[in-house]
Design a binder for this molecule. Structure first.
Ligand SMILES: Cc1cc2nc3c(=O)[nH]c(=O)nc-3n(C[C@H](O)[C@H](O)[C@H](O)COP(=O)(O)OP(=O)(O)OC[C@H]3O[C@@H](n4cnc5c(N)ncnc54)[C@H](O)[C@@H]3O)c2cc1C
Length: 386
């Protein structure tokens, strides 16, 4: 048993995109001698939702006005492009087309209203030839175009943030699962179990650190970390989202083609994303499971069973595909704060409990887009407290 206890000003639990953006934005503060550590149970960064999503930079039109999701997504969208420029990460910003596939014009008008209420610029209806000039294979005569949406590679961005933060002296510790938290004088003691892989039982060691302020950005496990800190009112309902890919007909989609939403929290629907590498991703679906990690055997048993659903959703939106074009892609697990059948979409939770322990819970889509704005909000809270 290795017992080393090092003291930090700030400990961030989770090196997904949210923890990484917070680390990135703390670089300036770190220089002013705030010693910071980012802890992850995995061997590297962004191995869960942050590296397994659509990579879509959302505009903020889907979120309910007045929510944190709406505010942080719209702000995150603007911040994201300038940070991608600064870090020289490629992206496309050629907008999202939301198509009327079943005369669902009311839903598009509601989206447009939400967009205006959320402060999203450049939303307009496009018709006929204009739709076809943008997306030749789209099966729609009417679509809502949102120009500020785009796509990037979330894993690549995550790694760039990590490298930047590390270069500025933020410490990272991997293979270390946080298992216990105690309040101590002037902060928290955090106990981690170090898991070096292979034979976990043989090689696991425990390590403790202390920190004056802790951020919980543990994704699907954020509710478990909250319980360790005495905050018991939240529960994450893990929900798988899978993707199929089309590699051999990249010309079928130019940008982002989405269905009209149903506003009932079944998700914003299986959509088509032209990724930066030219492949077309179809997804994600939504399957509730009990397990929270993608490499869990029970999760692996559930996936790759529903090609028909993907084929049929994609062929409602575009012409030119056959089922043989689809190959299985990948999946990620959403950190949902509401279970199967729930019709209310919960908001992001940013809550302090106890003092100087800040929890980020339910950061599901558009959490990737919102992450720079979440991080800016968090660094403001940290500045006020330390
Ligand atoms: C299928 C899918 C598609 C999506 N598409 C989009 C999209 O197109 N656009 C968009 O804006 N958003 C999208 N999202 C949402 C977005 O991916 C998430 O909101 C975002 O990645 C959440 O980041 P995070 O850092 O909070 O969580 P995560 O990426 O899950 O990171 C949490 C980290 O905490 C670590 N951790 C957990 N427990 C512990 C512990 N006990 N000790 C130490 N470390 C721990 C984990 O190992 C992990 O690295 C999608 C999500 C999914 C699942």
């Amino acid at each position: 048993m290795l017992m080393v206890e090092e003291g930090y000003d700030i400990a961030i639990i989770g090196s997904g995109i949210v923890g990484l953006f917070i680390s990135y934005m703390l670089c300036g503060m770190h220089r002013k001698r705030l010693k910071t550590i980012c802890i992850d149970k995995e061997h590297s960064v962004a191995l869960h939702a942050s590296g397994r999503n659509s990579g879509v930079i959302h505009s903020g039109i889907h979120a309910k006005p007045g929510t944190l999701k709406a505010r942080l997504c719209v702000k995150g969208n603007r911040m994201m492009y300038s940070i991608l420029d600064a870090l020289k990460i490629p992206y496309r910003r050629d907008g999202m087309l939301i198509v009327c596939t079943d005369d669902n014009r009311d839903a598009l008008e509601e989206l447009q209203r939400r967009g205006y209420a959320n402060g999203v610029a450049n939303i307009r209806f496009v018709y006929g030839d204009e739709v076809r000039r943008m997306e030749r294979y789209a099966k729609a005569d009417t679509a809502l175009l949102v120009e500020s949406a785009g796509v990037t590679d979330s894993s690549r961005l995550a790694y760039a943030l990590y490298e930047h933060a590390r270069a500025y002296g933020i410490e990272f510790i991997f293979n270390s699962a946080v298992v216990r938290i105690d309040e101590v004088l002037n902060g928290y003691r955090i106990e981690m179990v170090e898991d070096d892989g292979e034979d976990a039982k043989e090689s696991s060691k425990s390590k403790t650190i202390t920190a004056r302020l802790v951020v919980n950005s543990a994704g699907t496990h954020a509710d478990d970390i909250a319980i360790l800190a005495g905050l018991r009112k939240y529960r994450i309902y893990p929900c798988i989202g899978e993707y199929y890919l089309i590699r051999r007909k990249p010309y079928l989609v130019n940008s982002l083609i989405y269905p009209a939403p149903t506003f009932d929290y079944r998700g914003i629907g299986i959509h088509l994303t032209k990724r930066l590498d030219g492949t077309i991703a179809i997804g994600p679906n939504a399957i509730y499971v009990d397990e929270k990690d993608e490499d869990n055997a029970k999760v692996k048993d559930v996936v790759d069973k529903s090609i028909d659903e993907f084929y049929s959703r994609a062929s409602e939106m575009i012409d030119g595909i056959s089922k043989d074009d689809l190959e299985y892609g990948y999946y990620g697990i959403r950190a949902r704060l509401a279970g199967y059948g729930s019709k209310e979409e919960p908001d992001f939770v940013i809550e302090e409990h106890p003092t100087n322990f800040i929890h980020l819970i339910g950061i599901e889509s558009p959490g990737f887009t919102a992450s720079p704005a979440i991080a800016e909000h968090l660094t403001g809270m940290i500045r006020d407290r330390l």
